[in-house]
Design a protein around this ligand. Structure first.
Ligand SMILES: Cc1cc2nc3c(=O)[nH]c(=O)nc-3n(C[C@H](O)[C@H](O)[C@H](O)COP(=O)(O)OP(=O)(O)OC[C@H]3O[C@@H](n4cnc5c(N)ncnc54)[C@H](O)[C@@H]3O)c2cc1C
Length: 329
């Protein structure tokens, strides 16, 4: 029987494992490689909200994929009831550059409040249904739902892939594993494994405040491009997020400070000083035109480019790849 290696244990790798398990794909062994030490997963530092965000079907390949991905994820939530996923309201609001905003969101209205927040100025506002994901709980759920597969978990960084009759993988500690097929779903680090797509690393970061009681349900608000995410059950408030083309994880403190000041002013929230916030940084993989990719070089498959909406795209794209692997069951 066939052996498979998956390089990457973020949302891309785990959504693939879950899909293979659900579709009952039969492998004699599946090796899953990952390394938080050498390649910290973006997934663990994601704000992890998914919403349609005004995307209309039929206008672009990316728009169609995002819509499909969101609808597919909604069905997954209804049917499979995953842990770590909650329905919330996504508010999107603007006080400036209203022309393009209203074009994207034609069905809004003017308001002085958003959920529990009182805005300084009258704001054009729309609401959408959305999902708030706890990345760690949801990822663990995906993995525990895949346990019927013959998985060997290898906490090692793959440094080399050699194509012969089979594929020989070498890790940083010189372990060698030979397999029939490989999926590279290594996020921003795919570029170190001869990924076929010219992707760029883009850093995102946000502030996280503990013990915040807004006396409301969980929600997500995007206001003039800045984001507030409120986790009511954990009393955690996230403010962000930045997007900087950079391959390092040093937080851009000036940008975060500006976001903090803008949001405190516009929403009239009184928050603890910025020095009390925890700071999280992650590296996203931005492929050309922000289009996710699935490319195969014989028995090596490259899957990724999840810049935004990683959680919905990963499941949708995993399904496409699963149909390519081993064919229909
Ligand atoms: C601040 C921020 C906010 C975000 N907000 C959202 C949001 O609200 N909604 C949303 O849907 N998305 C959001 N995203 C994007 C989302 O987090 C990403 O699209 C997603 O996490 C990418 O997952 P991935 O599995 O492709 O990569 P990763 O999570 O980075 O996983 C890569 C995996 O590959 C492993 N790896 C890499 N190279 C090797 C190697 N050579 N050998 C072994 N293992 C290797 C790593 O150890 C890791 O396990 C956000 C991202 C950031 C940074």
């Amino acid at each position: 029987m066939t052996t498979l290696a998956i390089i990457g244990f973020g949302i891309a790798g785990r959504s693939l494992l879950y899909t293979l398990a659900k579709e009952k794909k039969k492998y004699s062994q599946i090796y899953i490689f990952h390394s938080d030490d050498f390649a910290f997963p973006c997934t663990k530092h994601s704000t992890a909200i998914v919403a349609p965000r005004g995307v209309t079907a039929g206008l672009s390949a990316l728009g169609d994929l995002l819509m499909d991905g969101f609808n597919h994820f909604s069905e997954h939530v209804e049917n499979d009831v995953p842990l770590g996923v909650k329905k919330i309201t996504q508010y999107s609001a603007a006080t400036e550059r209203l022309g393009p905003f209203k074009k994207r969101y034609p069905h809004g209205h003017e308001s002085l409040t958003v959920g529990p927040l009182h805005l300084l100025d009258k704001t054009y506002l729309i609401t959408e249904r959305a999902f708030m994901i706890d990345p760690v709980i949801y990822q663990d759920w995906l993995y525990s739902s895949s346990k019927n597969l013959p998985i060997i978990d290898i906490n090692e960084f793959v440094t080399q892939m050699e194509k012969k009759d089979q594929i020989i993988l070498t890790t940083h500690s010189q372990q060698k594993i030979t397999v029939d097929e490989v999926v590279v779903s290594a996020g921003v680090y795919t570029r170190f494994l001869q990924g076929p797509v010219k992707s760029k690393p883009v850093q995102g970061s946000y502030l996280s405040f503990k013990d915040i009681n807004l006396k409301s349900d969980s929600f997500s608000l995007t206001l003039d491009g800045d984001n507030i995410v409120y986790h009511a059950d954990q009393k955690i408030l996230l403010l962000g997020s930045t997007s900087i083309e950079a391959g390092h994880e040093l937080a851009p403190m000036n940008d975060l400070k500006n976001i903090y000041e803008r949001l405190c002013q516009k929403t009239q929230m009184t928050l603890p000083p910025i020095s009390e916030a925890d700071i999280f940084v992650g590296l996203r993989e931005k492929a050309p035109k922000r289009l996710p990719y699935l490319m195969s070089d014989e028995k090596i498959h490259f899957l990724g480019g999840y810049y935004k909406n990683g959680f919905t795209l990963a499941l949708k794209m995993a399904k496409s790849l699963s149909h390519r692997l081993l064919g229909p069951v």
